[in-house]
Design a protein around this ligand. Sequence first.
Ligand code: FES
Length: 106
Amino acid sequence: MASIKMIEHDGTEHEVAIEDGKSLMELATDNAVPGIDADCGGDCACGTCHVIVGDKWFPNTGVANNDEQQMLDMTPERASTSRLACQIKITEAMDGMVVRLPEFQM
Ligand code: FES
């Protein structure tokens, strides 16, 4: 099973099956992974789907556009590999990807 591992700030791990074409945010919410609030439903307008992508996987997630960068600038725990999960489209090539969830969303 191709999967992505999401790790909560306290170390709790969630392994979720990849569903091609969904966003990472949809994958998290569909699998009841805590810590992804996704208040705007994926419109890149709330910043409550912040994730920190594992270094090795960061290039596979694409490039954040200006709107996403502005939202990320407001997230309290921004890291160099931060992304908004609603802006990451899942592909089978992401099998094994690891992302960490911040302790707090905005
Ligand atoms: S769900 Fe609102 S910015 Fe991602």
